[in-house]
Structure formats: C-alpha cells, structure tokens
Design a protein around this ligand. Structure first.
Ligand code: V47
Length: 450
C-alpha cells in the first residue's frame, strides 16, 4: 500500500489513505494479509490491539468493510432497521455481576408481561412500520414452558392480523437452555462425555424446533459475554459456558435459523481473551458456512447470504449474520467500580472484530450502547450496520431518554438515515435477515423484503 495523499477524497479512511504521520511499520505484514484477503492470527490481533497507530487499524478495517459493502462516496451502503425491543420479563434466577437489568421476583421494578401487553406492543410496532421485534428476558424461575411459544405465536399472529409479516428475533442461547430445563428436556447437564453433550443438544434442538414452529425467525447474539472460563466464573457464573452457547447456535443453524453473535468487553477480561472469543466465533462460522454450502438448494441467494458462499442457491441452513461488540456499562452493576471502556477502545475493538471475523458478512455498531455519533464514526472503521429505531431499551440505561422514562431511547428513521449519509454511505433499510426493505409510498407502514 502506498502512503500517497494524492488519492480521491470522500472515500473514507480506507480510500483516502491520508494517514501518514505516526504510521506503525510493524503493521505492514498485517496490511499485506488484509489486502490479499488472508486470515489474521491471534498474534496479528495482539499487534492491532497494542499499536499506538489506531488510525491504521481503522483504515484496515475500513478496507474489509468497503470490499463487502462499498466505499463511502462510491456507492457504499450501510444498514439500519425499524424495530422494537420487547423485554418480556426482567425477573432472573441469576445475579450476574455485570448486569443491571435483572430483578428478583418481588423486588421493586420487577415485571413480567402478559399477552395483552404483548399484543399492544405488537400493535404499536406495526403502526410504526417495524419489521422486527427483538425479545429477550431474564431466566424467570416460575414461568411455565408454555409461556414462551405462546409469546412468539402471539407476536406473529397479532402482527399477521394487522397485515404485517413481523419477524421475531428472540431468546439468547442462555434463555434457550433455561427453556430446555423448564421443559424438562435438558439431559446430561453434568455429563462431560460425548453422550452428555448429545443429550443436551437434543433438548436444545427440541426447544428451538418448537419455537420455530410457533414462528421464531432468528436468535439474537446476546449472552455470549466473553468465551473464557476464568472470566465466566468471576463475572457470570451460573450462565452457560462458551461450549454450550456455541452448541445452541449450531443447533439453530442446523434448523435453518440465522443467529447473531456478541462480545461484551471492557470489564474484567484481557484483550487476548477478546481475540480468542473472536477466533472461536470465526471457527463456528466456518462450520456453519460449510453446512450452508453443502445443503443449499438451487434458487436465488439472498443478498450477502454468506461471505464465502456466493452461489445462486437458497440456503436451508443458518449461519451467523453479524457480530455486535458491546461495550460494558458499569453503572448500576456489581462491577460499578470499574471504569468501562473508553471511546478509542470501543473504536479499536469494533475495527478488530471486522478484521478478525473475516467470514462474518456484517458488523453492527449498536448505536444504543455506542451512542449515535460514535456509531457514525464506526461506519468509517469497519461497521456496516447501526441497528434500528429500538424505542425501549432496558438492558443498559444510557440517560438520553425523557426524564420520567429512562429506558426510552427512540430515534426516528430520518435521524438514522442522516447519520449514515453524513458518514458517506447510502442508508439501506434491511429486515432482520439483511434483505432490502421496500415501502409503499402511499402507506409507509406497509413493507416487503426482497
Ligand atoms: O447479553 C448486559 C449485554 C446483552 C450489560 O442480536 C451489557 O441483534 C453492557 O445481545 N453493559 C444483550 N452490556 C444485548 C444484545 C443485543 C443487542 C442489540 C442487538 C442484538 C442482536 C443483541 O447486553 C447481554 C449482555 O451481553 N449487557 N449488561 C452492561 N452492564
């Protein structure tokens, strides 16, 4: 790569190549790999994390991002969606140190939504033209198994009644295992043998297929935290470990459900542990994509069906769609004494996720947690998606809503589009599966995905 400043402007970090001062020559080998499309190692990741030359890290991530989704000012696109979060309950049997969301059953502020509430939320979502409901909750100790398929079918049926094909993205891997336990199909929990794992996976498969029959469309990426046993035991003991989290996603993929992945960073983990987490996700995606390629049937492939499986085939197996780096918010959690990650650490981690996860089609800068101005900058440093209108977000509370409604964090579509345009990209509305959404000019609530 040259360092000439005589490049066209308006193409963002990767195209302008204006960054010449303080350039870290140790990154040259990584740069060559990125330009050849070669896979990066953990040692490459260490260097990307420790170099003071953060702009080169961003520039490299932008190179990958722009290769997949186009460069700013040159037809490059970035995604947003119109969605709503619906947390069905914040009652949780666990007490994870990093979590400020959970409540015990009789604690002030504890809630569990009934189906009348759910139907009302669906009505509001359809009225707002939403294409997705993102629904997660705590591990409720007393709700029966039947509540969960009912939740999914209620959302789908109510939306259909109102003329909308609303997608239900629901239940993190941790919740799926909890549901398998309460449905009494989770066997072999303490059995480390292959048979134990097969028994656990059978229970997970049963739960997922029942939820799919009820209308579940995909799994969100939550609950992954950091795939490391030390960090797990210290900060979220009681949650499933990485092997089980990955097995839930494997089972979802086998059933044809796409899933997302997250990494929660900036608490008690080391940077190397973040890189190992990314490497484990990359390996799991390799597996998923080879199954996608093996089982696809002839037919048009959806856009960005898979980074490496660009055949004219319709996938019948699922895969990871996007990685969502989540910065840790200490306030209100048992780890309140920690400072949380800084802005540059957020930028760097997102850029490194783009570089390490070469087989993920998308990187999401979740604006609710990153803030909108930061998400905009992230579009120039590896991200291609800023998520959606969201409306209510209970998991972390960034004080930017109305005074008496601290979890109200709505932006309108125009604001999301403007943020994307100002970052140099063409805003594209997507549905949950990253298909383009088209709206009826006369009735913008009506939509179809293509
Ligand atoms: O799993 C909990 C994290 C996640 C805190 O799939 C915290 O499209 C920061 O997974 N500080 C839930 N993070 C959110 C999530 C998500 C969000 C947006 C889109 C998608 C998707 C998924 O939030 C939890 C946990 O990792 N979290 N507490 C905290 N104090």
């Amino acid at each position: 790569m040259t360092t000439s400043a005589a490049q066209p402007t308006g193409r963002g970090l990767a195209g302008a190549r204006a960054h010449t001062r303080g350039r870290d020559r140790r990154l040259d080998a990584v740069r060559e790999k990125v330009e050849r499309g070669e896979r990066l190692t953990l040692e490459d990741g260490d260097l990307l994390y420790t170099t003071p030359d953060i702009w080169s890290v961003c520039e490299l991530a932008a190179t990958v991002r722009n290769r997949l989704h186009g460069a700013p000012g040159a037809g490059g696109i970035a995604y947003y969606n119109i969605n709503r979060h619906l947390n069905y309950s914040n009652v949780c049997a666990l007490s994870c140190k990093f979590c400020e969301f959970y409540r015990k059953k009789d604690e002030p502020g504890a809630y569990t939504r009934d189906m009348a509430y759910v139907r009302e939320e669906v009505r509001k979502a359809v009225e707002a033209g939403a294409t997705e409901i993102h629904s997660v909750g705590g591990l409720h100790p007393y709700l029966p198994w039947s509540y969960y398929p009912e939740l999914v079918s209620t959302i789908r049926d109510e939306a259909k009644r109102l003329g909308s094909d609303l997608h239900v993205k629901a239940f993190t891997a941790v919740e799926v295992v909890h549901l398998a336990r309460i449905a009494k199909v989770y066997r072999g929990a303490n059995d480390a043998s292959d048979e134990g794992r097969a028994a656990r996976r059978e229970g997970i498969r049963w739960v997922l297929s029942e939820l799919k029959k009820a209308g579940l469309g995909s799994l969100p990426g939550g609950g992954a935290e950091v795939f490391d046993d030390r960090v797990h035991d210290e900060a979220f003991k009681g949650k499933i470990r990485s092997d089980v989290w990955l097995d839930v996603h494997r089972e979802a993929h086998a059933l044809g459900l796409n899933t997302n992945a997250t990494i929660l960073y900036g608490h008690i983990e080391q940077r190397r542990e973040r890189l190992v987490h990314m490497q484990m996700l990359r390996d799991a995606q390799d597996e998923a994509l080879s199954e996608v390629a093996r089982h696809s049937v002839p037919g048009a492939s959806p856009p960005h069906a898979a980074v490496s499986a660009g055949t004219e085939c319709r996938p019948t197996k699922g895969r990871f769609q996007t990685i969502i780096p989540l910065p840790f918010f200490p306030d209100g959690s048992d780890l309140e004494h920690l400072p949380g990650p800084t802005g540059l650490e957020n930028l760097r981690t997102l850029a490194i996720a783009r570089l390490m996860l070469d087989n993920f089609a998308h990187v999401k800068a979740f604006w609710i947690m990153q803030t909108l101005p930061m998400a905009q900058l992230m579009l120039q440093c590896g991200a291609d998606d800023i998520d959606g209108t969201v409306v209510w977000y209970d998991i972390t509370k960034v004080p930017q809503g109305a005074k008496d409604a601290p979890t109200h964090q709505e932006v309108n579509v125009w604001t999301l589009q403007k943020a994307i345009r100002d970052a140099g990209f063409e805003p594209v509305e997507r549905d949950t599966l990253y298909r383009r959404v088209f709206r009826d000019d006369k009735d913008p609530r009506a939509w179809r995905a293509a």
